[in-house]
Design a protein around this ligand. Structure first.
Ligand code: MN
Length: 241
């Protein structure tokens, strides 16, 4: 049985378990369990391609999910077989040791992880979209205010030259920081300048916005704050604490 097949079965088992637990656990705990690890196979998009309109158009979502992200997942699984990654290794562990593997593993392991996180932390546009509860308190404590955090993340995304990502990260010391990475790197990687667990990531590759926004990356960044799924981000925060 292939690694991806085993991973698929493992994920299926987790999904079954989550359904059983859903009768007794609050939603945020279930979300935290589901978000604790990201598997090696592409999960179904948790909404329709047009769900994020008008912020992100349906054609961009369809191409991004079915072509770009699917290609990362496929190439990651090729690299896992070629480089004999053990079947008990998690994607998070693999990324934490990424300097020991090929460029193909780095680009596609990061590409797969980053997109799975990206899909899961977005939802239909929300008016006055903002974090709440413990995560909001932590953002205020770390950045001064939610508005200042938005500015920092936007600036990191705008300043990323070429392709890459901007991140909200919780460091091993449990501090919230904003950072950005080139290409498909991410803060889980041992090669990252700023290391930690990504809570939220913004894809600023041109494939993420060019059909609708053309060269106006700043407009895409500004609008994207409407589709952040703060409940999911909070669940990742709780899981990382
Ligand atoms: Mn992308």
């Amino acid at each position: 049985m292939s690694t991806s097949r085993r991973q698929f079965l493992a994920n299926t088992g987790k999904a079954t378990l989550a359904v059983g637990l859903s009768q007794i656990l609050p939603a945020n705990i279930l979300l935290a369990q589901q978000q604790a690890t990201i598997g090696f196979t592409q999960q179904p998009l948790p909404y329709a391609f047009n769900a994020l309109e008008p912020v992100i158009d349906a054609l961009t979502m369809e191409l991004h999910y079915t072509k770009h992200a699917a290609a990362y997942a496929k190439a990651l699984n090729e690299a896992i077989v070629a480089e004999k990654v053990g079947t008990t290794t998690t994607l998070e562990q693999l990324l934490g040791n990424i300097s020991k593997y090929s460029t193909k593993m780095r680009n596609n392991g990061g590409g797969h992880y980053n997109h799975e996180l990206f899909w899961s932390t977005m939802q239909a546009p929300q008016a006055n979209n903002a974090p709440y509860g413990k995560l909001a308190d932590a953002i205020n404590a770390s950045f001064g205010s939610f508005a200042t955090f938005q500015t920092k993340l936007s600036d990191a995304a705008k300043a990323r030259f070429g392709s890459g990502w901007a991140w909200l990260v919780i460091t091993p010391n449990k501090q919230l920081v904003v950072t950005s990475t080139p290409n498909q790197d991410n803060p889980l990687m041992d090669v990252a300048e700023v290391k930690g667990t990504p809570l939220l990531g913004l894809d600023v590759w041109e494939h993420a916005y060019y059909l609708k926004y053309q060269n106006k990356r700043a407009d895409y960044i500004q609008n994207w704050f409407q589709v952040i799924h703060w409940q999911q981000v909070a669940a990742r925060y709780e899981a990382a604490l």
